[in-house]
Design a protein around this ligand. Structure first.
Ligand SMILES: Cc1ncc(COP(=O)(O)O)c(C=O)c1O
Length: 428
């Protein structure tokens, strides 16, 4: 299945706000890195769950049973999306940040204090502070950072490997940097981590909406993503290897279950969060056409989601190329005079790149440029630090960021290119 014009029109009907803002103004929404728009299917499922299944779980009446079924269906949908081992490997939480803290504390209990954790230099702080906290309270000796190449913006895998030793317990990496768009070579990193018996923990919050994620094929031990960056609402999900779900002991209240995902979950669940994520994943599966498998419905959905995410990745590759190379008439982003792009200028073979473009434009302050881009050109583009370590490495407080997803059009990309060229020319 290719995302062609009729398919794109079908996709955009799921996201009315991709074309018009709440005031009815025509615009292009490129602030997807901060949170994607919510698809109709997710919002409608959430509303139905709120109304039909609003009781708490654990009781005999239909609303309570419905709430339980909705939660289980949500875990199944997430498991299908990630090609995980099943709903028993899917934990939920308020945010990716809270889930990574929960995981780091549970792992920290098993350490002696002389171990280390290896991260990349381009992590979001959600995947930094939980590990730094372990060092602060003496559960590990140190957190080490693998550098990225400042020309190509790709992870220096040799540098990462040089930080990993027999005392490394965890290698924790972003699937893709939310600042640079750089993707991490996860199978290679899994091999490096596993050679010394360390776990590979993946922060897929930024990347999950851009391509297929297969936790078993990648060989990851834990992987987190957030609903609000996958066309759903807030609330996040952690895949954890089933043996670790059982073996580790998270911070929990005494009365809560001692096994399964519920052991890890604080307080009562919001069934509507699970309904919404099922809606988003079923929407994605619906883009995957008809999978040729006679297997039962879960396997069907896995196959369809995979096909959909592959199509999305192919489509976004076209947007990536357009931004980085231009279209022959409109010059590319790196050719805007006075523009500094933080992220790969070419698309690495086999690895790809998330269509996230972070830049500084000489002569403009970021918040002001965000305002001008919206007011004059109808372009929603961020101008902040994105809780990333990267701006600090460059001594910057903020930068501009445009992130494309599959509901964005080539026209959206061209408006951005023309706007930046025009502003650069006016500045002189
Ligand atoms: C790569 C990455 N990790 C983690 C987070 C934090 O996610 P959450 O808000 O669910 O804690 C973000 C949010 O911007 C992100 O981009």
């Amino acid at each position: 299945m290719a995302i062609d014009a009729p398919m794109l029109a079908r996709i955009r009907r799921q996201f009315p706000a991709a074309a018009r803002d709440a005031t009815g103004r025509h615009r292009a929404f490129l602030d997807n890195g901060a949170g994607t728009l919510v698809c109709r299917a997710a919002a409608e499922r959430e509303a139905r769950a709120r109304i039909d299944w609003s009781a708490n779980t654990g009781n005999v009446f239909p609303e309570s049973k419905g709430a339980e079924a909705t939660i289980l269906a949500g875990r199944e949908a997430v498991s299908d999306f990630l090609n995980a081992d099943g709903p028993h490997a899917i934990l939920s939480g308020e945010s990716a940040t809270s889930l990574l803290f929960s995981l780091s504390y549970a792992l920290g209990r098993t350490f002696k204090g002389d171990e280390n954790v290896v991260l990349t230099a381009y992590e979001h702080f959600a995947n930094v502070s939980p590990w730094e906290e372990l060092a602060r309270i003496g559960k590990i000796h140190e957190v080490r950072y693998a550098k990225f190449d400042t020309e190509t913006f790709l992870l220096d895998v040799d540098d990462l490997a040089s930080h990993v030793d027999r005392k490394t317990k965890v290698v924790a990496v972003a699937a893709a940097s939310n600042f640079l768009g750089t993707r991490s070579p996860l199978p290679e990193l899994a091999r490096i981590a596993h050679e010394v018996g360390a776990l590979l923990v993946v922060d897929a919050v930024h990347h999950a909406c851009h391509g297929p994620t297969d936790v078993r094929a990648l060989g990851v031990d834990a992987l987190v993503f957030s609903g609000y960056k996958l066309f759903s609402r807030h609330g996040s999900f952690l895949y954890l290897r089933p043996d670790l779900v059982e073996e580790l002991w998270p911070y929990k209240v005494d009365a809560s279950p001692k096994h399964g995902p519920e052991k890890w979950e604080w307080g009562t669940r919001d069934q509507a969060m699970f309904a919404a994520v099922s809606g988003a994943i079923d929407y994605l599966a619906s883009l995957g056409g008809t999978a040729r498998t006679s297997a039962k419905s879960g396997a069907q959905r896995r196959a369809r989601v995979r096909m959909a995410m592959e199509s999305i990745e192919r489509y976004e590759l076209g947007l990536n190329r357009l931004i980085l190379k231009g279209d022959g008439t409109t010059p590319a982003l790196p050719d805007v005079p006075g523009l500094t792009l933080f992220g790969p200028r070419t698309i690495p073979n086999g690895l790809g790149r998330d269509p996230t473009f972070t830049f500084k434009l000489a002569g403009f302050e970021d918040p002001e440029l965000s305002r001008v881009l919206y007011d004059t050109y109808g372009l929603a583009v961020g101008g902040e630090d994105y809780f990333s370590r990267v701006p600090r490495l460059y001594g910057m407080e903020t930068a501009m960021r445009a992130t494309f997803v599959h509901y964005n059009t080539r026209a959206d990309a061209l408006v951005l290119l023309r706007a930046l060229h025009e502003l650069a020319a006016k500045r002189g």
